[in-house]
Design a protein around this ligand. Structure first.
Ligand SMILES: [Fe+2]
Length: 241
């Protein structure tokens, strides 16, 4: 069996590397096998403890999230303290230029060995290079709730870029929902890849400078009144200064 669990990559470009990689759950499942069951449960259940994203328009409550930033020191993941999350207007027409302050990751989650394993697994599998000595790492925990009364768009910005170098999009859980198709586009906004992350720990890692991305809305599955889609997003970008 191949060590790499890649199941799809875009065609190589002139730069010699592909602008995204799509991994089955096998990549993270293998990496996380060394962690105890209680570590997995504690990590996954922390998505039950996310505050509502106060920045959504009109008091909408369908998105809950936490965010913390880290850096690397001596091959360890080190919390950088509470830092505002800000994107430029150029990359985020809805929230660009706004300093958003989200609740940080819970301390036990931020300090967990399991999170460190996840981050280093993606560092080893980026679709390109990053200077680890100068890398900032943003970790978002996000829950989108689909209900019959509220439109639930995982990415209200539509087709967009995040303004980072690389972003790992990891499915943690989905229950009772349909939709949530991940869509990638080239720099001319022509579609190049689409898939729906279905299996927990399945992931896509993009070079955010070379592709745009979007996610279709989610609705409760037939017969369900409500459903959830839990994601972890990991941003990789150079430290400022
Ligand atoms: Fe995004």
């Amino acid at each position: 069996m191949s060590a790499a669990a890649t199941i799809a990559t875009a065609p190589a470009t002139a730069t010699g590397t592909t602008p995204f990689r799509h991994f089955s759950a096998t990549l993270l499942r293998r990496a996380l096998a060394r962690h105890a069951d209680w570590e997995h449960k504690e990590f996954t259940s922390s998505w039950e403890d996310l505050p509502v994203d106060a920045y959504l328009k009109g008091g909408a409550t369908f998105r809950r999230r936490r965010y913390s930033q880290f850096h690397l020191a001596d091959d360890r993941l080190v919390p950088s303290g509470q830092i505002v999350f800000e994107q430029s207007k150029e990359v985020n027409s809805l929230f660009g230029g706004v300093q958003r302050r989200f609740e940080p990751l819970r301390e036990d989650v931020a300090a967990s060995a399991l999170l460190e394993t996840v981050v280093f697994t993606f560092l080893d599998n980026l679709p390109g290079k990053i200077d680890r000595s100068n890398a900032a790492i943003g970790v978002h925990q996000i829950r989108i709730t689909a209900s019959r009364d509220e439109a639930s768009l995982p990415a209200p910005e539509g087709i967009h870029e995040d303004g980072h170098h690389f972003v790992a999009q990891v499915l943690i859980n989905r229950e009772g929902v349909t939709g949530g198709e991940s869509q990638l586009y080239d720099r001319d906004r022509a579609p190049i890849f689409r898939t729906t992350l279905l299996e927990p720990l399945e992931s896509i890692v993009i070079d955010d400078r070379r592709v745009f991305h979007g996610v279709s809305g989610i609705t409760p599955a037939p017969g369900a009144t409500e459903g959830i889609r839990d994601m972890m997003l990991i941003d990789f970008f150079p430290l400022a200064g």
